[in-house]
Design a binder for this molecule. Structure first.
Ligand code: ZN
Length: 184
C-alpha cells in the first residue's frame, strides 16, 4: 500500500494505450490498493493505472456523495457495451492539477468489467450522474484519451491549460463528437 506520484499531462504514459490484465493476481491487488491510496490522498473521484505510470487496464472510482452513498468500485479490463444520450460535464483530472473544462459525455452507459476478486460484472448507470461520467473519464485513460480531447470549447480550454502551466491541446487528439454535441 502506497501513495504514488500522479503523472501530469505531458508525461508519455498518459497517452499510451494500456494492456489487458490476464490474471487478478497479488500484483493487481497491490496496484488496486495503490490506486485507492493515491486517489484518496488527492481527494479524487477516480484514478486509472496509467496515471501512476502503470499501463494496465485497471481503474478505481469512489463516486459516493451525501445524496447518493456508493461503495468504492474496481474495474479491471472494462468495456463500455452500451451508451446513449448526451450531457455537458465540467471535469477535472488529477493529472491536470486545478484545470477544469466543459466536455461532452454520454448520459447513460452500460459497462462490463472484472472486479478485484476476479469476478465479472455488468453495471448500468443512467442519468449522467457523477458515476456515469467518472466511468467514461477513467475508461478513456486506458486508451490514452484525456478529458480535454472531449472539450466543448477548444479555445477556452487552451486558456485554462495555459493558466496552470500545462501543455496545450493536441489538435490531432481532439475527438469528433458532432453527433453527441448535437444532442446537448
Ligand atoms: Zn483523469
Amino acid at each position: 500500500m502506497a501513495i504514488k506520484r500522479v503523472l501530469h499531462y505531458g508525461e508519455p504514459s498518459l497517452r499510451e494505450p494500456s494492456k489487458e490484465v490476464h490474471k487478478v493476481s497479488k500484483k493487481i491487488n497491490d496496484l488496486v490498493r495503490d490506486l485507492f491510496d493515491t486517489m484518496y490522498a488527492q481527494n479524487g473521484v477516480g484514478l486509472a493505472a496509467p496515471q501512476i505510470g502503470v499501463n494496465l487496464r485497471v481503474f478505481v472510482i469512489d463516486a459516493s456523495t451525501k445524496e447518493e452513498p456508493l461503495e468504492p468500485m474496481v474495474f479491471i479490463n472494462p468495456k463500455i457495451i452500451k451508451k446513449s444520450g448526451a450531457i455537458k460535464s465540467n471535469e477535472g483530472c488529477l493529472s491536470f492539477p486545478e484545470a477544469y473544462a466543459d466536455v461532452v459525455r454520454y448520459e447513460n452507459v452500460m459497462i462490463k468489467a472484472t472486479n478485484e476478486h476476479g469476478k465479472p460484472f455488468v453495471m448500468e448507470v443512467k442519468g449522467g450522474n457523477l458515476l456515469a461520467r467518472a466511468i467514461q473519464h477513467e475508461n478513456d485513460h486506458l486508451d490514452g484519451i484525456l478529458f480535454i480531447d472531449h472539450s466543448l470549447n477548444r479555445f477556452e480550454t487552451e486558456e485554462v491549460l495555459k493558466k496552470y502551466n500545462l501543455p496545450s491541446i493536441d489538435p490531432n487528439k481532439l475527438l469528433d463528437e458532432t453527433e453527441l454535441k448535437e444532442q446537448l
